[in-house]
Ligand binder design. Sequence first.
Ligand SMILES: Cc1cc2nc3c(=O)[nH]c(=O)nc-3n(C[C@H](O)[C@H](O)[C@H](O)COP(=O)(O)OP(=O)(O)OC[C@H]3O[C@@H](n4cnc5c(N)ncnc54)[C@H](O)[C@@H]3O)c2cc1C
Length: 83
Amino acid sequence: MHCFDVVVTNSPSYVGAEEIFDFYRARAVEYGLYDHAKFSHTVIGAEWNESTGKWTVKVQDTVSGAVFEDSAEVVINCAGVLK
Ligand SMILES: Cc1cc2nc3c(=O)[nH]c(=O)nc-3n(C[C@H](O)[C@H](O)[C@H](O)COP(=O)(O)OP(=O)(O)OC[C@H]3O[C@@H](n4cnc5c(N)ncnc54)[C@H](O)[C@@H]3O)c2cc1C
């Protein structure tokens, strides 16, 4: 668990997956992340736009298949260590 947050755990020595998941879900609710998160969407491209000073991010809704563009000042790649 992250050091910025104190967690009282029922686990005797180490926490299991369910408790870790609960911890992160609670932090996401606490910081309002679910209001900004899009699930079932895949980033299929990101291009720096010199004139706007922003990233143009191409996203696909994996349920409907629809592709659309979004823009962002910062893009953080968290696609996993194996990618
Ligand atoms: C078999 C296995 C067992 C493991 N066991 C343990 C363990 O017991 N304990 C432990 O601490 N660690 C374990 N790990 C390591 C741990 O799972 C990883 O270190 C951790 O999940 C990395 O987190 P992450 O958020 O960086 O990436 P991930 O958990 O891989 O998350 C990346 C996310 O990005 C999404 N994504 C990828 N590409 C795109 C895209 N283009 N657009 C949108 N979304 C995208 C993926 O769908 C995924 O949801 C294990 C890993 C493996 C493979």
